[in-house]
Design a protein. Structure first.
Length: 198
């Protein structure tokens, strides 16, 4: 048998998103196809890792993966579609942006994006059990966290660099004092109530 005719190993991509809960900023998703010949040690749910460890793994994943891609949904899309649909849109964009077409996509959670060209499987808690999903969660979180630090400089006073847009007490107090910025999600209850003066 000619080696060129031998079956190609399946390309499995892991997909995860971050940023559903915050009151500000985009949803960011990542899709990663890991290289079995270049494993990345220490992959886990990004929330369980220290910032320093996430940053180190971020670089290793991008260097060692067969392919990786980021997708996002902006605040305007979140407000128009709702947060679930915007998250699924970001995940679909991440998969479609891969330089290699995956044979199968493993999606963290209980819903899968519609319209993908490959079969999909939803895995609840997949970022803690599937290395490719864990890798995607790390790429997505580091990317979004970095962006929120940059947005903190553009929209000072809200503390975005610290809480990354999540509804902490400090963030809610700043919202009441400063009002909503252009990157706040107006469809979210706390922002809407503050804009309505309630």
């Amino acid at each position: 048998m000619n080696p060129a005719d031998s079956p190609r190993p399946s390309l499995i991509c892991g997909v995860d998103e971050v940023g559903r809960g915050p009151l500000a900023g985009p949803v960011v998703a990542a899709a990663v196809i890991l290289d079995p010949a270049r494993p990345v040690a220490g992959l886990d749910d990004s929330k369980k890792l220290t910032e320093k460890r996430r940053e180190a793994l971020f670089e290793q994943i991008r260097e060692c993966a067969l392919a990786w891609s980021l997708g996002r949904a902006e605040v305007e899309e979140i407000d128009r579609l709702n947060i679930l649909q915007a998250s699924l849109l970001a995940m679909r964009r991440a998969v479609e942006g891969l330089s290699l077409a995956p044979d199968h996509a493993l999606i963290d959670g209980n819903r899968v994006p519609e319209g993908l060209a490959c079969p999909t499987t939803a895995i609840v808690g997949g970022d803690g059990s599937e290395p490719a999903i864990a890798a995607a969660s790390i790429l997505a979180k580091v990317t979004r966290d970095r962006e929120m630090v940059a947005l903190d400089a553009r929209y000072p006073g809200y503390g975005l660099a610290g809480h990354k847009g999540y509804p902490t007490r400090k963030h809610l107090e700043a919202l009441r004092e400063l009002g909503a910025s252009p990157i706040h999600r107006r469809s979210f209850g706390p922002v809407r109530r503050i804009l309505n003066g309630s």
